[in-house]
Design a protein around this ligand. Structure first.
Ligand code: HEC
Length: 131
């Protein structure tokens, strides 16, 4: 069971990474413009997608689907780290920015776990008000 606190943190992480600049979601008050969305609506992603696929996708989208516009948030390619890297390392954030995102976890596993729990487990367990 995912706690409401972790769900809220996951949502904040999603907003911090500006996933909704391209994707649309509904029901959370921070909805992107559905008509002009540049990427699939994530409302039903938790029903359609398997977690291992999502984990690989958010780390190395261009390997999963070459030429995609989806940015590689947790990529480990530059350093040859197949496990990926935490957001701060992958995106070469400044120490100040890195400090701000450390609330979402310090390792790539903690960060991707939080994100996937937000939009896979959290929604399945009914924490998402829009469903
Ligand atoms: C610059 C635009 C952009 C941003 C920002 C973006 N994505 Fe995407 N995303 C895409 C595109 C485009 C696709 C569809 C794949 C394709 O057509 O290449 C996609 C696909 C996906 C999918 C698969 C959806 C499905 O139903 O098949 C998931 C899950 C996803 N993105 C999650 C995220 C998350 C989480 C973030 C933030 C960490 C994010 N995306 C940020 C562009 C974006």
């Amino acid at each position: 069971m995912m706690s409401a606190g972790d769900f809220a943190l996951g949502e904040k992480f999603l907003q911090t990474m500006q996933c909704l600049d391209c994707h649309a979601m509904s029901g959370d008050g921070s909805v992107a413009d559905v008509i002009h969305a540049k990427a699939p609506n994530l409302d039903l992603a938790w029903k359609r997608l398997r977690e291992p696929w999502v984990r690989a996708w958010i780390q190395e989208p261009d390997i999963v689907r070459h030429g995609t516009n989806m940015p590689p948030y947790f990529t480990g390619l530059a350093s040859g780290d197949l496990r990926g890297q935490p957001l701060a390392e992958a995106q070469k954030l400044s120490p100040e920015q890195a400090g701000a995102v450390s609330q979402f976890g310090r390792t790539v596993e903690q960060q991707t776990r939080l994100l996937m729990d937000f939009f896979v487990r959290g929604w399945r367990e009914g924490l998402y008000g829009g469903c």
